[in-house]
Design a protein around this ligand. Structure first.
Ligand SMILES: [Zn+2]
Length: 345
């Protein structure tokens, strides 16, 4: 190849993020300027890009869009330490902390109380959240073919490891099932979410949920990491497992729907069931009572399913959401898959 042709090819293969240029075969860590603090201190988004020498899918993995949701930050940290990334095909763009404001304040929100996951695709002249969302879309999402966005339950609300995705899109459907956690929720897109904006750019994106805000949950982290590697394997970014160590693929079950059980009475509650439990219609989930234990009220399931989310504070006001239940065609099969999930990690 002559020098001119070589230069042309290099330019074509260059990936530009902010002021950084990353070529095939390179691994680079850098900070993307996103905003400034009151005192003019620059606020930057930490990014690591790994490019295989061979072309292939371009996958972004992001966490802490809600600044207090930490399991994904740990999942990405562990992913980046995997030696098998040396054999990467395509490009991995890792963004462990998207909402840098929220993360530094241990808060879900931005300083103006906006939710970054309702600010996408963003705009150059909009709110702080809209500007941050625009930078993320322009510099990261629009340069990718696939994405995984890691979330947890809200503060004091824990979730079973699960995938939420728009399964009407065939590529996203394949990605969701390849992630390998037993529970998949076919979740319609929410206005202003990263997932909706990515879909409009034709970037197939999964949302992983697991655990609760401001906590690390080892099982959730392992499930998220394993799922991420499984997706990368499925889209040909990393080699398949060798036959000797290959495990049979996890069975994946798509929920028919989900519903929340709300407290009928105020008081403190004692949970009888836990996350991942199978429940039948009419079964007792928790008992609400006054501080003396008198006048106990049973909280029961309306329909059979699997508990996929729960309030972690045992105090409720009348009307508070307590237990989130997903319903399936055959709940016992899902329970069976969940029973074996620990053995897989
Ligand atoms: Zn979240």
């Amino acid at each position: 190849m002559n020098a001119k042709k070589g230069l042309k090819k290099e330019k074509k293969d260059a990936l530009k993020i902010g002021t950084e240029i990353i070529y095939p075969g390179e691994r680079k860590r850098f900070q993307l300027k996103a905003a400034s603090l009151y005192d003019y201190t620059a606020l930057t988004i930490p990014i690591e890009v790994i490019r295989g020498s061979e072309g292939g899918p371009k996958l972004f993995v992001s966490a802490a869009v809600h600044g207090d949701e930490l399991n994904g930050v740990e999942i990405i940290k562990r992913l980046l330490r995997r030696p098998l990334l040396k054999k990467l095909r395509g490009t991995l763009i890792a963004v462990p902390v998207v909402n840098i404001f929220g993360f530094n304040h241990k808060s879900r929100y931005l300083p103006d109380r906006r939710d970054l996951n309702r600010c996408f695709p963003g705009s150059e002249v909009g709110s702080l959240g809209a500007r941050l969302a625009r930078i993320f879309m322009k510099e990261i999402v629009s340069k990718c073919t696939h994405g995984i966005d890691f979330h947890t339950g809200a503060l004091h609300r824990s979730n079973l490891p699960q995938i939420r995705a728009c399964l009407d899109d065939p590529e996203t459907n394949k990605l969701a099932k390849g992630f390998g956690v037993p529970v998949v929720i076919n979740s319609q897109l929410r206005d202003g979410s990263l997932r909706e904006a990515a879909r409009k750019k034709r970037v197939s994106t999964l949302l992983f949920e697991g655990g609760e805000a401001l906590r690390f949950d080892e099982n959730v982290i392992k499930a998220g990491l394993r799922g991420c590697l499984s997706v990368m394997r499925n889209i040909g970014m990393i080699p398949q497992l060798t036959k000797g160590v290959s495990k049979s693929p996890n069975k994946v079950y798509v929920a028919r729907g989900s519903y929340w059980i709300r407290a009928d009475h105020s008081g403190s509650f004692h949970a009888v069931k836990k996350i991942g439990d199978m429940v039948e219609a009419g079964e007792t989930l928790a008992i609400i009572s006054d501080p003396f234990g008198s006048e106990p009220y049973e909280v029961t399931a309306k329909d059979g399913g699997i508990i996929i989310g729960m309030s972690m504070i045992p105090l409720v006001n009348q009307g508070d959401a307590m237990v989130h239940i997903a319903t399936f065609k055959n709940t016992s099969h899902v329970k069976e898959a969940l029973t074996h999930i620990d053995e897989l990690y």
